[in-house]
Write a protein that binds this ligand. Structure first.
Ligand SMILES: Cc1cc2nc3c(=O)[nH]c(=O)nc-3n(C[C@H](O)[C@H](O)[C@H](O)COP(=O)(O)OP(=O)(O)OC[C@H]3O[C@@H](n4cnc5c(N)ncnc54)[C@H](O)[C@@H]3O)c2cc1C
Length: 416
């Protein structure tokens, strides 16, 4: 087969690997170019090394609903390769999966490396040719084909070219935003790039004292500068040296993209299962039990030990006040503090720390049924490089797999 009749896939992440294997499974000659020595470096980090590959929600509409930015663009991609198809695909490759809380699907082994290994097996089965190389430039001419130029001077001609270079976050995994440049150079609009699913920095410094503390069953309420409720959620969050992170904080950050983040505040309800009255009664019982102790030593049944010194400080009740001398007003203040532990938000962490990049190649310029560029025929896009993004829970990887599959199904290796 002449060289210009092959398909070239740029980027060996989730989207690129599935695109390459799918195109090759159709009998096409496929070359996959990845700048790292190994494929799927970001995949290895996903789901804290366990890789939450997709979500078990039932219908395509649920996937679209969990994709707040340009979800509707993905109907065809989700339809062509759904979460059920993805699970079947991995099972066929020998990767068993399980469903956890919130419908999150993981490999039974809890190892992201097994997901990468399954994808590598798929590439091998379909005889995809892989090379290590950093792509510097892509040129495509309709019906003639394209050229992929590598930094080291090598040039690879190909018929159709799939750009699956990912976003801008976690650049040490290889996703340094090169695909946005390739898109622009081929006539595309790239919408503003911003971090999404990103930890939040706080003005208050006390979260640093709690660094590493995860709170499992808390409720959060995110307010804008005029105290309008923007988002509320229940689940797990984490304190860090800069502020707050963890699943419900990352989800909350998606609601801040178009809002002046530095004017927002976050209220944490540390005891969402109890009403203020119930919590007050509970504290009174604890105080009675600890009647002869100092205030600071009376909270161990109620709070994790790391949190106690911070709460004591914020409560403005003297740590060494005997608990039987804590006044009713002070106790009510404590209840209020535990129900609305408030932090002033300073901003997002840098985009490098985002789980995904918001913004990307404009969806209006991509055919949603094929993932082919409407501007430069022969150029395809798949995965995070496209201006779509979803919530946590496996939705972002499903987007990478569904769009990669669709591009792999529709690219051509022969002259038309
Ligand atoms: C810490 C973390 C945890 C996450 N956990 C989850 C999770 O559990 N579930 C979930 O659904 N999503 C998760 N995500 C998001 C998910 O990882 C991404 O949505 C997904 O990896 C996007 O896939 P992609 O193939 O488009 O891009 P990537 O996976 O980023 O792959 C792009 C590839 O292109 C290569 N490349 C880039 N430029 C060039 C070039 N010029 N030449 C050659 N190669 C190039 C890169 O080296 C890279 O290998 C997580 C993200 C992070 C950062």
């Amino acid at each position: 087969m002449p060289e210009d009749e092959r398909v070239i896939v740029v980027g060996g992440g989730a989207a690129g690997m599935i695109a390459a294997g799918t195109a090759a499974s159709r009998g096409l000659d496929v070359l996959l170019i990845e700048k790292n020595k190994v494929l799927g470096r970001k995949l290895l980090l996903t789901g804290k090394g366990r890789c939450n590959i997709t979500n078990s929600v039932e219908g395509i509409n649920d996937f679209v609903a969990n994709t707040p930015v340009n979800g509707k663009f993905l109907y065809s991609a989700f339809h062509a390769f759904s979460n059920h198809d993805l699970v079947k695909f991995f099972n066929k490759l020998g990767l068993k999966t399980k469903v956890e809380r919130g419908g999150r699907v993981f490999p039974v082994s809890d190892k992201a490396a097994d997901v990468v290994a399954a994808l590598e097996k798929f590439l091998k089965q379909n005889k995809v040719q892989k090379i290590k190389g950093e792509v510097e430039k892509i040129t495509v001419q309709e019906a003639i084909g394209g050229n992929v130029f590598l930094k080291d001077g090598r040039v690879f001609p190909g018929r159709d070219i799939i750009v699956a270079t990912g976003g801008l976050s976690y650049p040490r995994t290889g996703s340094t935003g090169d695909g946005y440049r390739f898109a622009r150079e081929n006539g595309h609009t790239v919408t503003p790039l911003r971090p999404a699913l990103i930890p939040l920095e706080t003005e208050d410094r006390w979260p640093a004292e709690l660094q590493g503390l995860a709170l499992k069953n808390v409720a959060i309420f995110l307010y804008d500068g005029s105290n309008k409720l923007l988002y509320s959620d229940f689940g797990e969050m984490l304190f860090t040296h800069f502020g707050v992170s963890g699943p419900i904080i990352l989800a909350a950050s998606s609601y801040l993209n178009d809002i002046k983040v530095s004017s927002c505040s976050l209220a944490i309800d540390l005891k969402p299962a109890l009403s203020e009255k119930q919590l007050d009664e509970r504290i009174q019982r604890d105080f009675k039990k600890n009647a002869n102790k100092y205030f600071a030593n009376s909270l161990s049944d109620l709070l994790p030990s790391k949190l106690i010194p911070v709460i004591v400080k914020l409560s403005r009740i003297s740590a060494e006040k005997p608990v039987n001398q804590v006044s009713r007003v002070e106790r009510k203040g404590l209840v209020n503090l535990l129900k609305t532990l408030t932090l002033k938000i300073k901003g997002f962490r840098p985009i490098e720390e985002a789980i995904i990049t918001s913004g990307g190649v404009a969806v209006a310029e991509i055919n949603p049924k094929t993932m082919e560029s409407k501007i430069t025929k022969g150029l395809f896009f798949a995965g995070e490089v496209i201006d779509v993004n979803a919530y946590t829970g496996g939705f972002n990887l499903q987007i990478a797999f569904s769009t990669g599959h669709l591009a792999g199904m529709n690219c051509r290796a022969r002259k038309v």
